[in-house]
Design a protein around this ligand. Structure first.
Ligand SMILES: [Zn+2]
Length: 417
């Protein structure tokens, strides 16, 4: 497919931007933003919108047992593993219109460009929309991609409940029924793709600060989640002398100070966050008997996370302000470094439209972190204003998004053969 090495130059930027806006009308909030919770009516309608667009381009639509939707443009060698390009269509309850959707619509723009240019390619191309990336309605998120990549168990996913007690599995059944009614082909099992590419908004401030329309993502930070409990002794706030107090808040405070000191010895890429903190019995004039808090620890390098994990556990063995502490890991996702050969493809394509394209590590999770376990995977970021996302005010510039879609198209073209 030598003639299409620069496929991105032929991409219709206006049409791409129009598609982004049409999709945003599904689940639209006033005055702006969207609400498409995983597997709700709007999320399902967004799937059907994608199917309709794909069919108009002569593509075939498939769905799997997790409701992931695939729009396939056949290759001259249909037996080859397909190149997957996409992201997710579901959103947070009060969301911007580009988180996830941009990556799916950009995939569609690549399909459209191939179709309009009448280009045949060796390898099949599939645009994918993964189910429940956000985890806003059913927690945890990335259900579709983690199941597809064999990272999470089907039964564990379908048995989760939303806030009103609806089972994931029941909502999924309705979605699958709808997809069947609309004539999609059921392809229940996951498969091994040739490559997965995901374009996503950055959801951080780096690219905007650099004034660059795109960034090549070299990997995704790993994360450890912890729950910490500190056990003291409740007593009267006024009558208990200082030397006999075992104040769980004091214990937590000293322990956190020690953890922070350890963290500060590490490089700037380390992220340490205490996002939840509670005391019991939670009374103004009672010494806290019990303190509990969470830690979210992130870094792009596994060995750094391992070192800190060991240090944290050592520190938890000590007494702090006379209190016992316990530390428990509640979740661990290993960091991912995207393969160099694929980063080179993106660097090449990116350099054509944006010389000096920066490279960055993703601080947030994406479907790509799971796909990286089954096939070569990489991502592109495009900036969003002030790094804001998960909010209707999330904003991107059309010119940036167009560059990102063109780079994606070129990279796809060189992988399709
Ligand atoms: Zn997203």
């Amino acid at each position: 497919m030598t003639e299409s090495r620069h496929l991105g130059e032929c991409l219709d930027g206006q049409r791409f931007w129009n598609d982004v806006q049409s999709l945003a009308s599904i689940g639209a909030l006033q005055p702006k933003g969207i609400r498409r919770l995983a597997l709700d009516d709007q999320d399902n309608q967004a799937r059907l919108w994608l199917v309709e667009q794909g069919r108009a381009l002569g593509c075939q639509a498939y769905y799997d047992a997790m409701g992931n939707v695939f729009i396939r443009r056949e290759g001259k060698a249909p037996e080859l593993a397909p190149l997957l390009v996409g992201s997710h269509l579901d959103s947070q309850p009060q969301a911007g219109i580009h988180d996830g959707a941009l990556g799916v619509v950009a995939g569609l723009a690549v399909l459209r460009t191939l179709h309009e240019q009448g280009i045949d390619h060796l390898r099949p191309l599939e645009v994918v929309a993964w189910t429940n990336e956000e985890g806003a309605r059913f927690t945890p998120g990335a259900s579709g991609s983690s199941w597809f990549a064999g990272q999470r168990d089907y039964h564990a996913i379908v048995s989760t409940l939303d806030g009103s007690g609806i089972r994931f599995g029941d909502a999924l059944d309705d979605c699958l029924e709808l997809l069947k009614e609309h004539g999609l082909t059921y392809r229940p099992e996951p498969f091994i793709p040739h490559t997965f590419l995901e374009l996503h908004i950055e959801q951080g401030p780096v690219l905007e600060a650099l004034n660059k329309p795109i960034g090549v993502v070299s990997g995704i930070q790993g994360v450890n989640w912890y729950e910490v409990e500190v056990e003291g002794q409740a007593n009267h706030a006024g009558t208990t002398p200082r030397q006999v107090r075992r104040d769980a808040f004091d214990g937590a405070h000293e322990f956190v100070s020690a953890l922070k000191a350890t963290v500060l010895e590490q490089d700037d890429d380390l992220r340490f966050t205490i996002g939840k903190f509670s005391l019991w019995p939670d009374s103004v004039n009672t010494i806290a008997q019990h303190a509990a808090f969470t830690i979210d620890l992130r870094h792009p390098t596994q060995s750094v996370l391992d070192t800190l994990d060991a240090r944290f556990h050592d520190l938890a063995k000590r007494q702090w302000a006379g209190c016992d502490t316990s530390l428990k890991v509640t979740s661990h996702v290993a960091p991912v470094a995207f393969p160099e050969h694929l980063l080179d493809v993106l660097r090449d394509s990116a350099g054509r439209y944006c010389p000096g394209t920066p490279e960055l590590v993703s601080g947030a999770f994406h479907d790509a972190i799971h796909l990286a376990h089954v096939c070569p995977t990489a991502m592109l970021f495009t900036p969003c204003r002030q790094g804001l996302s998960h909010h209707p005010d999330e904003h991107i510039e059309r010119e940036d998004a167009e560059v990102a879609a063109r780079v994606l198209a070129d990279a796809a073209a060189s992988l399709l053969g």
